[in-house]
Design a binder for this molecule. Structure first.
Ligand SMILES: C[S@@+](CC[C@H](N)C(=O)[O-])C[C@H]1O[C@@H](n2cnc3c(N)ncnc32)[C@H](O)[C@@H]1O
Length: 487
């Protein structure tokens, strides 16, 4: 089979977004190998056997490819590509649907079914093209960041695609044939002007199809799932969190007997630890929704320990709720709205809540970058972040524009919460790695550079703690509150 990388937005849009909708993924961040061996030897063999079958059944006819230069895709490459899709999709499904780090055989078979259906609809050329687009993005990101890398590094994928178990020399040959990269006399690979142009085109396709945003989200949700000590982390980094959650419950005006929806419920802190369940009482009920199966599993442990029957947890995206029209008397959500597509969430809130139902939420705004220690610690990331479009943390008017589109009646204000920065490992793990608050800046970093940056920030934090003293490392962070009524 021969194929050429197609970067046309129109052609790519449908087949990439459909791949996303079907939960077929190549999300390397989820397969941070080395931390834990998620797939047993037997499962590796199962994946290869299924990949072989997918490869044999693939539709060989090449359609939609209109570029002249072609890359030869060997049987081995195609086999490996299917295996990589199967593996990442199975890791993703196990983490998202089951909340486990270990992959189950069942999820490998589900991944196989998803891929088979996709291949039936689009043919293998589309899958190869998607694979190569994503791969070219990683290659381009590597060379943009490091400028020159040894050929062996490029081909092994060690710095940018460590999950790859197949030598990437075919991809290097292809990139050379496209005049996208060149190798200098010292054996160092670098982008050409043409290569930089292709990288920008590829990046644009992955931005426009929503792939990169979706990948950042997968990474975040899987990091929440893996964060076993979430409650302890928030106790440390958010000493005002309990007080703020109780304030949110108070502002909502929720009364005994109401049916309440809690969005982004996490480990159930608002419901169990901070009193929402006590307020709705035995005659009311609460449904907690979160995308992270791991967070929900922790909430469920609390529910069982307390023997509470009228609270239920549902794994779902707040942007697409599995509930009927006007099911709830109130909707609340603490510290989650900034992670979502706000208009989509508000549309769902209005749909599932009754007329007159309150919606109350609170979320952090952008970092207060004015303090010296903060600048010293995160200034380089903040500077890159300013040049990028994407920022998880919102500025003060950003959410309000959407709220005004969905609610005629709402009030808003900001308060300040204390955040102690004296535990560098925890600060960096939560703000940088899990919540990914510097997503815009870090989107420029290939895999290895990202890991190195995280370690460097922890070390820098320790120097800052020694320099300023623990007690001087408390920052005041702006929190935005919104109380709206569905009219
Ligand atoms: C900072 S935690 C807050 C958890 C909890 N509300 C609390 O007060 O501790 C954010 C939560 O939002 C969840 N989340 C992020 N995006 C989401 C989405 N689109 N739909 C549902 N939950 C989401 C995360 O999985 C995580 O559990």
């Amino acid at each position: 089979m021969t194929i050429a990388l197609d970067t046309k937005p129109g052609i790519n849009h449908q087949r990439i977004s459909d791949m996303l909708n079907r939960n077929i993924i190549l999300a390397p961040w989820l397969s941070t190998e080395g931390k834990i061996n998620r797939i047993s030897k037997e499962q590796q063999e199962l994946i290869l056997a299924l990949a072989r079958r997918l490869n044999e059944n693939r539709i060989r006819r090449i359609k939609m490819l209109v570029v002249d230069e072609r890359m030869f895709v060997s049987e081995a490459y195609a086999l490996y590509m299917h295996a990589e899709f199967l593996k990442s999709t199975a890791i993703y499904l196990s983490s998202m649907k089951l909340g486990t780090l270990r992959v189950t055989d069942e999820m490998i078979h589900v991944a196989d079914r998803l891929l088979a259906e996709y291949l039936k609809n689009y043919g293998s050329d589309a899958l190869v093209n998607n694979y190569m687009l994503i791969g070219s993005y990683e290659h381009g990101q590597l060379l943009e960041f490091y400028k020159k890398v040894p050929k062996e590094v490029y081909v092994s994928g060690r710095w940018h695609r460590p999950w790859t178990e197949f030598p990437l020399d075919g991809e290097l040959d292809y990139a050379i044939s496209q005049s996208a990269v060149k190798i200098d006399a010292d054996g160092l690979v670098q982008l050409t002007d043409r290569g930089r142009e292709i990288y920008q085109q590829v990046k644009q396709v992955l931005v426009n199809t929503g792939y990169l945003q979706q990948r950042a989200r997968w990474m975040r949700i899987s990091n929440f799932t893996n964060l076993e000590d979430y409650d302890e982390v928030i106790e440390t980094l958010g000493p005002d969190a309990h007080t703020m959650r109780r304030k949110l419950i108070h502002m909502s005006g929720i009364k005994p007997g109401m049916r309440v929806l809690e969005l982004g419920c996490g480990t159930g802190t608002l419901t169990f630890d901070d009193g929402l369940h006590q307020i709705v009482g035995a005659t009311g009920s609460i449904v907690g929704v979160d995308l992270s199966a791991g967070m929900l599993a922790r909430a469920e442990v609390k529910r069982k320990r307390l023997g509470i029957e009228n609270v239920k947890f549902v794994q779902s995206d707040a942007e697409n709720l599995p509930f009927k029209f006007q099911e709830f008397d109130a909707v609340v959500g603490f510290g989650f709205l900034h992670f979502t597509n706000i208009p989509k969430v508000l549309h769902e809130v209005v749909r599932v809540s009754k007329r007159g139902a309150p919606f109350v939420t609170m979320f952090p705004l952008q970092f207060p970058a004015s303090q010296d220690f903060f600048q010293e610690w995160f200034g380089d990331l903040l500077a890159i972040q300013e040049q990028e479009d994407s920022n998880v943390l919102l500025h003060s008017d950003e959410a309000l524009e959407s709220v005004g589109d969905f609610f005629r009646d709402f009030e808003t204000f900001t308060t300040e919460a204390r955040i102690p920065y004296d535990n560098p490992a925890m600060v960096v793990k939560f703000f940088v790695e899990v919540a990914n608050f510097f997503d815009g800046a870090l989107s420029r970093f290939p895999w290895r550079a990202r890991q190195e940056k995280i370690n460097e920030l922890i070390e820098r934090g320790e120097v800052i703690v020694a320099k300023y003293g623990r007690r001087n490392l408390v920052s005041k962070h702006a929190m935005q509150w919104i109380r709206a009524v569905n009219s």
